[in-house]
Design a protein around this ligand. Structure first.
Ligand SMILES: [Zn+2]
Length: 77
């Protein structure tokens, strides 16, 4: 590799792949930084979350009787 990029210390934005800006690094903009933050908050990344008794995220509404069993894929056989 003979020709180095002008800013070798900055890596591409992990969100959109553009060149990161020092102000928002490792992201290219505040928007991508926000996107990454939202990913963290929404639990896309694997975080060591303290699990309680039940996880209502994929089990669906447990106590609610509206769509209690309608929401689940039901197989009779
Ligand atoms: Zn970006």
């Amino acid at each position: 590799m003979s020709d180095a990029p002008p800013r070798p210390r900055l890596k591409p934005c992990p969100i959109c792949g553009k060149l990161a800006i020092e102000q928002f690094r490792p992201f290219c903009s505040k928007r991508c930084a926000d996107i990454d933050l939202h990913r963290w908050l929404s639990g896309v990344y694997a975080l060591p979350v303290v699990e309680d008794k039940e996880r209502p995220d994929d089990a669906g509404p447990i106590d609610a009787d509206e769509g209690g069993d309608r929401g689940r894929p039901r197989r009779d056989q």
